[in-house]
Ligand binder design. Structure first.
Ligand SMILES: [Zn+2]
Ligand SMILES: [Zn+2]
Length: 232
């Protein structure tokens, strides 16, 4: 039976390589244009148009073109239409609810992205344990890698928690004088000014974060992933 099996395989293999090409193969070689994957071409073109419009639609070279229109639609128009649709279908209350959800998700400190981050890390690690741990230890990988992966993921999680709970450098009426002397005003870019919300002098390089509603020294940006600010 073994000999027969090898013989059969050999015959199939030989036919595949040196036998008469099939009609499909001949068409491919001839390249008469019948096999162009139009669906794939259309999908690629639409994807490219959307990506370019989204990222570069506000460039001056696209002013007045349909690329700019697509950019407007993607960045604000579609949401406005959606709000109008909600209002028409379910009334002003429903529209205000959507606006409230948007405000909570985008303009207020909330743990949505933190939960998502933990879910992504935890879920991915779970999948790796389920699918790949059976190959450890293996010919190339020692059993050490099982424990090493736990250590690496734990370090990441610990750093995430530490970063999430550390103070970014909140400027208060108690510590403002410290920050002012640490970052003196140069009167060119940074002029002495009061924060209209916190009612304290805003030290040079500090900025009021409208999401956290506080002044932060050496402000860079508010990070939704850690509900904090990258700053001092
Ligand atoms: Zn913030
Ligand atoms: Zn402020």
């Amino acid at each position: 039976p073994l000999t027969l099996s090898i013989e059969t395989q050999f015959c199939v293999g030989r036919e595949g390589w040196s036998g008469e090409p099939t009609r499909r193969q001949r068409r491919g070689i001839a390249g008469d244009g019948m096999d162009v994957p139009w669906l794939l071409v259309a999908h690629g073109s639409v994807t490219a148009l959307v990506v370019v419009s989204f990222l570069c639609g506000q460039w001056p070279i696209f002013e007045g073109t349909f690329v700019q229109s697509i950019n407007h639609f993607l960045t604000s128009g579609a949401y406005r239409h959606f709000l109008r649709l909600v209002q028409a279908a379910c009334g002003t209350g429903a529209r205000d609810l959507v606006l409230g959800v948007e405000q909570y998700c985008c303009d207020r400190p909330n743990p949505i992205l933190q939960v998502l981050y933990v879910a992504i890390i935890g879920g991915t690690y779970f999948i790796i344990v389920q699918s790949s741990f059976k190959y450890i230890p293996g010919y190339y990988v020692s059993v050490l890698h099982r424990y090493l992966s736990i250590v690496v993921v734990s370090i990441g999680a610990i750093l995430f928690v530490l970063t999430s709970f550390s103070d970014p450098g909140t400027v208060t009426s108690e510590n403002v004088s410290q920050y002012v002397s640490a970052y003196p005003f140069d009167n060119i870019i940074y002029v002495e000014k009061e924060c209209s919300t916190c009612r304290i002098t805003r030290p040079a390089r500090a900025k009021h974060c409208r999401i956290c509603n506080r002044c932060v020294a050496r402000f860079d940006h508010h990070c939704g992933w850690m509900v904090l600010l990258f700053a001092a």
